[in-house]
Design a protein. Structure first.
Length: 545
């Protein structure tokens, strides 16, 4: 298995017998990650048919994309998804005559058999030499500890990972490694434990697998993973995908951030309505995400391959609006260009009645097979809509709540914009501090999520490359803008000014809610316990009424 290199795929693809006769489990996987050939030895390892199966359904951690991107041979120790059997695998890119990658040849062998075959030649090689070769043929941080040897055998990945930590953290990791090893040697079983280290409490996972030769325990294979970094990279990858979708305007329901009941309901309604062709109505204040939700519904529907167009009536005269929608002798209207797709009209209540009636007639005939989604940020909807139009378009409503009605989503949204802006601006900011969240939870957000996004962008312009935590100082222009009508001594430090503002705001909300603590806490978006804490902090009498 060690000698497999990049090769021409011609002979392997044309001659399946070649694959069948290889001395190991062998599979050919195409660039879409689908198994196209598999010999009997491979099938016996999985104990199921493999042809035409997605590779990432067969193995716990897919490495195909990495091989296709890097065009390099890759050795790994992996687990079969179904039966958890451990394999030693070798991935080799397959190239055609023009040196284009057309797939991957994968050779695999039961891990214990592989180790046994190596150690069967122990009379020719020392155990140290054998396990050094094995350690350096895996692409994770690996270490072998042989019972009869004092010093462990580390591969390069292990050495690099351990030296990326501070000295005190290394000592903690080494102590955990010895602890896990001792359990493996004593109980002769696989052991996995985690430890949190450093200021940011990175989670490090240490795993130990016993190694046997002819039933005799000879040592153990150690694996070290920085789970926090793995999760971070996964989040970066997901956010990069979201950024690409944002640039391409191909959103999914996952891109609509929020776990509050109202948002979950809006997304569930959106998923349901995406399966229909019925006209939809989205209502919500300015900045709640109506346009984005319309995009998402379009791309979740069977119209996703067709155009999505949106129009907003910004007060243009009736004739121009008619020409924009329906066209004239010189040019086509938007409606004709969006054939088989989705038309989204913002602020439908601002559309004149006569144009509403034309839209009703058009969509009753539906000559162009268009799906219409309309929205408004106004509350007096029916007063501004023709009755026929209302009957047609208000049957399937989706309500998007204001940010003050879903304050529990603030943390998710802030962290989402931090991750998004890290990619956009090349920063490495991890979070915002408690004072920032305290301020956000007491602010009214008249422009909702769009306003939050704007100020998160501004905060990043006040940060530098060394910033890891956003503080109130990064939001100074936001705070000054929002506090301009509140009389505060301009000689006060920023934190003191913030405390004074928060005290005044809490008093204002208490008066508004007639000192009902439960209602006040709900209006502020905090717990009653937290409200009492802040009242004590600012020496506000709990019994006032």
């Amino acid at each position: 298995m060690q000698g497999v290199m990049k090769m021409s795929a011609k002979s392997l693809i044309k001659d399946a017998v070649h694959v069948e006769n290889l001395p190991y489990g062998a599979l050919i996987i195409n660039t879409d990650g689908i198994v196209k050939e598999a010999n009997e030895k491979a099938t016996s390892l999985w104990k199921q048919p493999l042809i035409n199966q997605p590779w990432n359904d067969l193995i716990e951690e897919d490495s195909i994309s990495k091989v296709l991107q890097q065009r390099k041979v890759l050795h790994r120790i992996e687990k079969i998804t179904k039966n958890k059997k451990k394999l030693f695998t070798t991935y080799s890119p397959l190239l055609d005559e023009q040196k284009r990658t057309i797939g991957v040849l994968l050779l695999c062998e039961n891990f214990e058999n592989y180790v046994g075959n190596l150690t069967a030649h122990a009379d020719l090689f020392s155990m140290e030499e054998i396990f050094t070769v094995l350690a350096n043929h895996v692409d994770f941080a690996a270490s072998f500890q042989l019972i009869e040897q004092l010093q462990p055998i580390h591969n390069t990945n292990w050495t690099q990972l351990i030296h990326s930590f501070e000295i005190e953290d290394r000592k903690k990791i080494e102590a955990k490694v010895k602890h896990v090893q001792s359990i493996t040697f004593q109980d002769r079983r696989v052991v996995s434990e985690s430890i949190r280290i450093g200021q940011w409490e990175q989670e490090i996972k240490i795993s130990s697998t016993p190694a046997f030769i002819r039933g005799r325990l000879i040592g153990c294979l150690m694996m070290m993973q920085n789970l926090s970094e793995i999760k971070k990279e996964a989040q970066k990858l997901e956010q990069a995908k979201r950024l690409i979708r944002n640039l391409e305007k191909t959103f999914t329901f996952e891109d609509f951030i929020g776990q509050s009941f109202e948002i979950k309901m809006a997304k569930e309604h959106g998923k349901l309505y995406a399966k229909t062709n019925a006209p939809l109505f989205i209502e919500g204040e300015t900045g709640t995400g109506k346009r984005m939700l319309a995009h998402i519904i379009h791309f979740a529907s069977n119209r996703s391959k067709h155009p999505f167009r949106h129009i907003r009536n910004d007060g243009q005269n009736v004739k121009k609006l008619e020409e924009l929608l329906f066209g004239n002798q010189q040019q086509k209207g938007i409606i004709e260009t969006v054939k088989n797709g989705t038309l989204f009209i913002e602020e439908i209540t601002a559309i004149p009645i006569n144009i509403q009636l034309q839209l009703v007639e058009l969509f009753q005939n539906n000559k162009y097979n268009i799906r219409l989604i309309v929205s408004t940020s106004r509350k007096d909807i029916r007063q501004k809509l023709d009755s026929k139009f209302a009957e047609m378009f208000l049957r399937f409503p989706i309500h998007l709540p204001s940010l003050t009605k879903r304050r529990e989503d603030l943390t998710l949204l802030v962290n989402h914009f931090i991750t998004q802006n890290n990619l956009k601006y090349g920063m490495n900011i991890k979070t915002a501090d408690e004072n920032v969240f305290d301020y956000f939870y007491t602010y009214d957000w008249p422009k909702n999520v769009s306003e939050l996004k704007y100020w998160m962008d501004i905060a990043f312009t006040h940060a530098d490359s060394l910033t890891e935590v956003l503080t109130l100082d990064h939001f100074r222009s936001f705070i000054v803008n929002k506090q301009k009508d509140i009389s505060i001594d301009d000689s006060l430090p920023l934190q003191s000014a913030m405390d004074l503002f928060e005290k005044k705001y809490i008093l204002q909300m208490l008066e508004k809610c007639k000192y009902n603590k439960t209602q006040t806490a709900k209006s502020l978006g905090i717990s009653v316990r937290n409200l009492y804490y802040k009242m004590d902090k600012y020496q506000i009498n709990r019994e006032s009424s």
